[in-house]
Design a protein around this ligand. Structure first.
Ligand code: 5AD
Ligand code: SF4
Length: 434
């Protein structure tokens, strides 16, 4: 066996980093990464359980990879990530081995077992595993911007959310190793890092360093790098964080602040620790301290018992907050969560769809209007790639995380350039180099 492995990643940014950790672990143990399934002896699928449709999509891929075994019975198929943690043994009927998010160090051992025909599973959740000593291998095409995980797990128990069940307790990473990892990225010529946690505001190293202090340390240590972060939790996001963002021009002016609902009763049912008023107070604080900051959010349509009037409050909150972008979902009941155990998923799919459409249409209008306000402005843009539509144009992002298309014949990916915005759609800005 050549020990070639192929990996496919679904779900959130956290999973992207996890796959990079998996690649690093396997390479260290004599396995070789391939980008072609036909060259692979081992196929790994890193999965997401956040919503049912996320799982369905992955199921299709697993079925396809399973069918490869008909031509080559030696191929091993493995499920990694949140679905393995959720479904555990049940997945073993379909694949050769199953490995949860806290067990990636054991992969080489589990592969050996599987080679010997022994189906194995490791889904132990750990209170301490943070993969601190493993430098993720950045195998994605993008060599400009990388994710750096600063914590794992989540200690909140939002009623709808599977994350605490599949990723375990919250733990923060040693700031020293975070800085080392970013230093390594800078040496490799990366220009931007996005530091990641389920709730970055809860970052806490030995009660000595909080999130704002970590941000400052990173901004001071890497003045030439752009720094982004995700995800903030509304009632935990402090003015200290906002002031740190204001003080450092290399910290990008963009905040992802999931609201989920604009109605306080629904937020309470969701076990979110804030009200509509508190959320809007935090939006006002951002607008006040960082007037040029963009704000994006997550919204769930049709949570248990949500009324039309409560949905209308989400619509009105969206208008007040004037989000630049949003990820919008229909509520999807997840097994074992508080909502699945205690609440009724009683909003019909038809009403969920209707509410979601209304939310999406409004967000498209808000995004378009916000983008129109950018026409005529000049932004510093980091070039990330060529544009999908045209080889002669680049795609880059400004500090606000907006995608900008422009042509710049004498520049290359990884350059910072100034771009004047000439036109826009709700999704992108178009401009010219100045
Ligand atoms: N149903 C629908 N959306 C969900 N999210 C999390 N769990 C669910 C669920 N059960 C959304 C939330 C979260 C984002 C990552 O996914 O909006 O912020
Ligand atoms: Fe899920 Fe809540 Fe944790 Fe976010 S904060 S990941 S919604 S449990």
């Amino acid at each position: 066996m050549r020990n070639n492995f192929y990996i496919e990643t679904y779900g959130c940014q956290m999973n992207v980093v996890d796959s990079e950790i998996v690649v690093a672990v396997l390479q260290k143990n004599g396995f070789h990464l391939t980008f072609e399934t036909q060259n692979a002896d081992i196929i790994l699928v890193n999965t997401c359980s956040i919503r049912e449709n996320a799982e369905q999509r992955v199921r299709g891929r697993i079925d396809l990879f399973k069918s490869f075994k008909k031509n080559n019975s030696k191929i091993l198929v493995c499920v990694l990530g949140c679905m393995s943690q959720r479904l555990k043994e049940a997945l073993l009927n379909d694949v050769d081995f199953v490995v949860g998010p806290d067990a990636y160090r054991n992969l080489p051992f589990l592969i050996e077992n599987a080679k010997n025909g022994q189906k194995s599973i490791d889904v132990k959740l750990s209170k301490t595993e943070i993969y601190d000593d493993i430098l993720p291998f950045r195998y994605e095409e993008n060599k400009v911007s990388a994710f750096v995980s600063i914590m794992r797990g989540c200690d909140y128990m939002c009623a709808y959310c599977i994350v605490p069940f599949v990723r375990g307790r919250e733990r923060s990473r040693n700031p020293q190793t975070i800085l080392q990892e970013i230093n390594e990225l800078e040496k490799q010529n990366f220009k931007e890092v996005t530091i990641l946690g389920q709730n970055v505001d809860k970052y806490n190293w030995n009660n000595e360093i909080n999130f704002a202090q970590l941000l400052e340390k990173i901004a001071v240590s890497f003045p030439k790098m752009r720094i982004r972060f995700s995800t903030s939790y509304p009632s935990d996001m402090t003015d200290e964080v906002l002031l740190t963002m204001k003080n450092f021009s290399n910290i990008c002016k963009s905040i992802h602040l999931p609201v989920q609902s604009g109605n306080s009763r629904v937020l309470n049912l969701m076990k979110r620790n804030y009200t509509r008023e508190k959320y809007l107070e935090r939006i006002a604080a951002i607008r006040n301290i960082l007037p040029e900051c963009s704000i994006s959010t997550d919204i769930i349509a049709g949570f248990c018992s949500e009324t039309d009037i409560e949905h209308a409050e989400t619509i009105s909150l969206m208008k007040i907050a004037n989000f630049d972008a949003a990820f919008m979902f229909k509520y999807s009941e997840r097994p074992n969560t508080f909502a699945a155990r205690e609440l009724k998923d009683d909003i019909s799919d038809e009403i969920k769809s209707k509410r979601l459409t209304e939310i999406i249409e409004l967000q498209n209008e808000l995004s378009l209007q916000n983008n129109k306000n950018d026409v005529g402005k000049i932004f510093e843009v980091l070039i990330e790639s060529t544009s999908k539509r045209s080889e002669t144009e680049f795609l880059g992002r400004n500090s606000q995380n907006k995608a900008i298309i422009f042509s710049a014949p004498s520049h290359k990916i990884g350059d910072f350039v100034n771009v004047k915005i000439l036109e826009c759609t709700s999704a992108t800005l178009k401009g010219e180099i100045v």
